[in-house]
Design a protein. Structure first.
Length: 223
């Protein structure tokens, strides 16, 4: 039975338009993106299979390689899902750049979590700020594997000078999902803070992204 044969009040697209996207489940939102199902299964059933096989909505959308090959999800629908994630990321980035000032770690945590949380490899990201703590840019400086990323202070300084930054917020993810800062995280933060201090650039925070809320090393007193 196709979705078009459902009562109109139960169809995901019609409910989204009449009641709002927040009223739909993850599977129903995916079904709207997919547009149609396949022989013998409607789009909601296909979406549920995607969620089950792909490891949930976050990992499914954040990592294109996690989108399983299955009947009903061809290249066009896969591209639609990936494009949707990128639009969401860009919307969050735009909101971040439009903030008059970053007042606390929560201002940047939502964007950084969306960008980094479900990546299967480790990345090191830097938010570059001016003297009023307005965001100048956000760059991925280093990329590693699940075993860790190598962070080079010289490259961080070069990037800061390029953006004329007065202060920075670092962030990196733990692909294991545990956001607890490691001893290596604390060591590299101390090293970077010392190196940047030589050129009068302040390190305001270092966020560790995993499952749940990112951990602020500044809030923990680790800076």
């Amino acid at each position: 039975m196709s979705i078009q044969q459902w009562p109109e009040g139960e169809r995901p697209r019609e409910r989204l338009l009449s009641r709002g996207a927040q009223t739909l489940t993850d599977a129903e939102l995916l079904a709207v993106l997919l547009g149609s199902g396949t022989r013998g299964r409607d789009a909601v059933a296909v979406a549920r299979s995607l969620l089950e096989q792909g490891g949930g909505i976050g990992r499914l959308l954040a990592t294109p390689e996690s989108i399983p090959s299955m009947s009903g999800v061809g290249p066009a629908k896969r591209a639609r899902l990936v494009a949707t994630l990128e639009l969401a990321r860009r919307a969050l980035a735009h909101q971040l750049l439009e903030l008059p000032v970053l007042a606390n770690p929560k201002d940047s945590a939502a964007y950084l979590s969306a960008r980094m949380r479900h990546l299967p490899y480790e990345v090191f990201v830097c938010l570059f700020l001016d003297s009023r703590h307005r965001v100048l840019a956000c760059d991925e400086l280093f990329r590693g594997t699940i075993d860790g990323a190598s962070v080079y202070p010289r490259e961080v300084i070069r990037a800061c000078l390029k953006h004329n930054a007065i202060a920075v917020i670092f962030a990196h993810n733990h692909p294991s999902g545990d956001p607890e800062p490691s001893e290596a995280d604390r060591n590299i933060t101390r090293l970077l803070r010392k190196a940047l201090g030589l050129v009068d650039i302040r390190v305001l925070d270092h966020l560790v992204v995993g499952h749940g809320e990112p951990v602020s090393m500044a809030a923990r007193g680790m800076l």
